[in-house]
Design a protein around this ligand. Structure first.
Ligand code: SF4
Ligand code: MG
Length: 351
């Protein structure tokens, strides 16, 4: 007779006063230990550490090719204190499906004694939004009890900063350099990956999160893991090498991208099949976010106006009233009145 699969249930962290970035009671367990080799201030490394802190020690991580594989594992040496496996960039989610199906079968047959582990695949945007998109959809469609975290640094970082489907409009990468013919660099608009996953796999738990709101990200990790079935979280994770910003600003950018409406935080509840959108306490014009990053240093007023228009549409989508000044900023003429230096920083000029 089949043995019942015993699953973990992780309590949520309390968030007081809607503060989503501070909690003195974090677990001491640290499945990503010190000694990794990512750049200082690396957003994906912060995400990886906190997601694994939230999932705790009875966890298994899968890492398709990306910075968190390339920078973190060399011969006989990784910072992972839990079972962790590398896969080719396209097959992280298919490998994860196999791990989940394998544990289910082994526990039911009595060949593995113990609780079902938290099974997490952490894939970059190059993997989860591009080369490995099909297997991610397959994992969610078949509803394996596993979580896929897309650590979104909006480019192929480990191969030298090439554009990916989540690179924002206007973002400079080595494949989208600005020049006389294409002054904005990147002309395409990014894929709405999390919305694709929620719309296409309505039985899955889906959310967006940002390293700028760590406790919110850890709670979403736990909700995704507690959900009996597949879960997907897209996490905004700045990359200082590709975004070209001052290293200590990683968390600040993680808040500003939400406050400017470029990356709304939301959750999709598969039980009620509804979305819950979150409105930050503060709203900022997108130029405040752009001017901290060298990758946007070439943008002209008409490009920034287009980005503000895109953010305004996102505010409307999540049901937030767009301030009059933000509407004015949808037009290039608005920036003429701001004066020299208002849309480009020293970082951007040096770049
Ligand atoms: Fe992190 Fe970017 Fe450095 Fe990769 S290149 S390790 S994503 S900061
Ligand atoms: Mg990437």
């Amino acid at each position: 007779m089949a043995i019942e699969v015993e699953r973990q249930e992780l309590p949520l962290f309390e968030i007081e006063n809607r503060s989503r970035w501070y909690n003195p009671d974090l677990p001491e367990t640290d499945p990503l230990v010190a000694g990794h080799r990512t750049c200082a201030g690396c957003g994906p490394a912060i995400e990886y550490r906190l997601v694994l802190k939230a999932s705790q020690d009875n966890s298994i991580a899968v890492g398709p090719t990306g910075c968190m594989y390339v920078a973190n594992s060399s011969y006989l040496n990784t910072p992972y204190a839990i079972p962790w496996a590398h896969t080719p960039i396209a097959s992280g989610a298919s490998f994860t499906s196999g791990v989940a199906a394998g544990y289910e079968a082994m526990i039911r047959k009595g060949k593995y004694k113990g609780q079902y582990p938290n099974i997490i695949c952490m894939a970059g945007d190059g993997s989860a939004a591009d080369i490995g998109l099909g297997p991610v959809s397959g994992m969610l469609y078949r509803n394996h009890d596993a979580l896929l975290v897309l650590y979104d640094n909006e480019q192929y970082a480990n191969t030298g900063i090439q554009t990916s489907p989540t690179t924002p409009y206007g973002g400079m990468t080595t494949f989208t350099p600005p020049g006389p013919k294409i002054p904005e660099g990147k002309t395409l608009w990014p894929k709405e990956v999390a919305h694709m996953m929620a719309a296409g796999h309505p039985q899955a738990y889906v959310a967006t999160a940002s390293v700028g709101y760590p406790i919110d990200m850890m709670n979403k990790t736990r909700r995704g893991l507690n959900h009996r079935g597949a879960a997907f979280i897209q996490v905004y994770t700045p990359c200082q090498k590709g975004f070209v910003y001052q290293t200590p600003l990683t968390i600040e950018l993680g808040r500003m991208v939400v406050e400017c409406g470029m990356f709304p935080l939301w959750e999709y509840d598969p039980e009620t099949r509804t979305y819950e959108y979150w409105k930050p306490d503060q709203m900022r014009p997108v130029v405040e976010y752009l001017k901290l990053q060298g990758r946007f240093g070439h943008l002209k007023p008409e490009h920034i106006a287009k980005l503000q228009a895109s953010c305004n549409r996102k505010w409307e989508m999540i049901g937030v009233e767009v301030p009059g000044e933000f509407r004015e900023a949808e037009h290039a003429e608005y920036y003429a009145g701001l004066g020299e230096g208002a849309i480009a920083t020293d970082t951007a000029k040096e770049w």
